[in-house]
Design a protein around this ligand. Structure first.
Ligand SMILES: C[S@@+](CC[C@H](N)C(=O)[O-])C[C@H]1O[C@@H](n2cnc3c(N)ncnc32)[C@H](O)[C@@H]1O
Length: 310
């Protein structure tokens, strides 16, 4: 226990130092200095660690929340930079690997698809909320995993959508025709959410656990009964980079948790939760039984770090 505490203390001290350095940057746009600091931060947070961010003191909590905000802003600028750079090339889709976190999205979309496939056979319509200027998640699902699915990408930033449309415009007709982009704040989506078999909630939509909980409650109110939510979250030290989605908030939002995946290794940063919108008539009982009857098991032979209900 002693060793664990000192490991956590050393990690929090290192991340606090990186937060201080990042906070002093004049700009978060990609540059050798910005890239070096965020590369060091990711390298510190990705390895598995006993840190539980819910147990941090108030000062470290405040630092964490501000660091998530800085990471979100930097990720948006990084994606915009690479979206511009890629769409300036001939055949941009041949060069997507130039994006520093390309492998993360290739591996993450495969993991999410493989876990989803066990619960939703060939979804006809998928919404991706928080698609950004570089919509790799929905693009890779459309290109490699779900050849007949239509994707509606939502982002509150019209400039991000403009960049995303330009990039996807370079895809082949079969993919282009199945990818639509809409400028909207997630809180303003209502009836349209009822059309989807699956709704993805990007890691950076909702900066705090409270905002995540409110967004999930909003999705639960408007998604169709039986539809599936894939909510990206974070685990361990990665919770210094991204907000955490609480399982209780998934249950309170009217969903039953089907699977939780915490990626082992450094191939994928994001955890994610797969949950099904309960039929309103049963949510009173299922919601209650969710708290007591569901038993976590790790299914043999399934990817490391995955937990699903029996
Ligand atoms: C930087 S992108 C990351 C997504 C990543 N490209 C992917 O494929 O998973 C996150 C996007 O979420 C959008 N966003 C954040 N909060 C939002 C909200 N409340 N409603 C809609 N979009 C939001 C931001 O504008 C940003 O473009």
């Amino acid at each position: 226990m002693e060793a664990e505490n000192s490991e956590v203390a050393a990690l929090v001290e290192k991340i606090t130092g990186l937060h201080a350095a990042i906070s002093k940057l004049a700009s978060l746009s990609p540059s050798p200095e910005v890239d070096a600091l965020f590369t060091e931060l990711v390298a510190a947070c990705v390895p598995s660690s006993p840190v539980d961010v819910t147990k941090l003191g108030p000062e470290a909590q405040e630092m964490r929340q501000d660091l998530i905000r800085l990471c979100s802003a930097a990720e948006g600028l990084l994606e915009a930079h690479y979206s511009n750079m890629l769409t300036a090339l001939d055949n941009p889709l041949d060069h997507l690997g130039r994006f520093p976190y390309f492998d993360n999205y290739i591996n993450l979309s495969k993991l999410e698809h493989d876990l989803l496939a066990g619960h939703v056979a060939a979804p006809a319509r998928v919404a991706f909320i928080g698609s950004g200027p570089l919509p790799f998640s929905s693009l890779f699902l459309a290109m490699y995993h779900l050849p007949d699915t239509r994707f509606d990408n939502y982002d509150r930033c019209s400039v991000a959508n403009g960049r995303a449309m330009k990039l996807v415009g370079a895809a082949d007709e079969g993919v282009r025709a199945r990818m639509a982009f809409h400028t909207a704040e997630v809180a303003d989506l209502t009836a349209e959410l009822g059309a989807y078999d699956v709704v993805f909630l990007a890691a950076l939509v909702g900066m705090t656990s409270e905002e995540k909980a409110n967004t999930i409650a909003h999705l639960g109110k408007h998604m169709a009964d039986g539809a599936v939510l894939v909510a990206r979250s974070a685990h361990g030290a990665r919770a210094f980079l991204y907000p955490v989605v609480e399982l209780d908030d998934i249950g309170r939002g009217g969903f039953q948790v089907l699977a939780v995946h915490h990626p082992a290794g450094d191939e994928v940063f994001n955890s994610f939760i797969v949950a099904r919108k309960e039929h309103i008539s049963t949510v009173g009982t299922i919601g209650c039984s969710w708290q007591h009857e569901c038993i976590w098991t790790t299914i043999e032979g399934v990817a490391d770090g995955e937990m699903s209900f029996k």
